[in-house]
Write a protein that binds this ligand. Sequence first.
Ligand code: ADE
Length: 425
Amino acid sequence: MTTVESSAKGDIRDPSLAEEGVRRIEWAEREMPVIRSIRERFKKDKPLQGVRLAGCLHITTETANLALALRDGGADLVMCASNPLSTQDDVAAALTVEYGIPTYSIKGEDDDTYYKHLHSALDHRPQLTMDDGADLVATIHQKRRELLDTVVGGTEETTTGVIRLKAMAKDGALGYPIIAVNEANTKHLFDNRYGTGQSTLDGITRATNILWAGKNVVVVGYGWCGRGVAMRARGMGAKVIVIEVDPLPALEAVMEGYQVMPMQEASEIGDIFISVTGDIHAIDGHHMEAMKDGAIIANSGHFNVELNIEALAGMAEGRRQVRPFVEEFKMADGRKIFLLGEGRLINLAAAEGHPASVMDMSFANQALCIEHMVLQEKPLAPDVYVVPEEIDQDIARMKLEAVGVQIDELTEEQKKYLSSWDVGT
Ligand code: ADE
């Protein structure tokens, strides 16, 4: 790949926040041993030397550690936010000012600025993209098609993005190959479940300071994120109701001991509603219409479309901010409904996202998949690819080693038995 120096400078809230950002990035690094060891190897081997890379991810302390590994691997890297409300401004400042990675993101930016920042990252003319939600890929395909001549591949972090990309591939619209990091076992089984589970409750707690014990918590969607949220809410003493449209996970939720019912029914009894579906209007106007006075609504899926906020606003006679990240909607009949974090993913809007230890594995997948793409001798055809199994297994092995856990290996006799069919009863 041929390379060009970047002249971009980034767009951040306040460069004076950089010092604090550095301290917090170093704190997160302590819990990211897999990324640390990849960074050490990248520093020596420079597998990404001169490769132009644009990353559209949540700008957090964990993302910064991924960015540093890629930079040390030789990448010519710029970053922008994958959500208007998830940026940690001190991290954006540290990346830009201290670490020389131009970053375009400001917490609370409006939608125009959000897209302006995506375009600034694309002005870098990336050869590879890293996305979380597929906005960068969609912008390339809709507005910056000239870049399709030079982009050779990309990665996608999240379920919502993978759904979008698969739809593009099905339509024959996808112009370059993308590895779906979310499909790795070392990603979704951990990040989506334990990460979303913990950080979602963290975000709602920080925003509201509610007591979970004894509350009716309605978890809308029982994928890996929903499982995590339901599990942690139950752990806090909540009575958990699960809403699910797919009969299989719905049955699993039943056997886990949760109440499972249609959303309309749950709407009348829930105290706290949390959407994690990846789909539009999972909590719709007619659901909000049925909610109790004081109901709290939050979204922890990638996009705020999961909640029909327009319908809520349309029903309300008045609205006001009552605490940071808590907006009160007053209905004509006097009921109050509280919307958290503008319906944006509450774990990143009101808290700090998933803890570093779990992002360690997600971002190890990102780093190794980027390297995998760079090392391809023949470019892959445009499509959505799973993470190579060796990468997934290596990350699990590295993480176990890092946490000091040893496991057994199959004996030769056991391996032979597993590959034979002649030994029965
Ligand atoms: N997605 C969820 N949590 C995150 C974090 N801490 N950093 C980046 N992306 C995330």
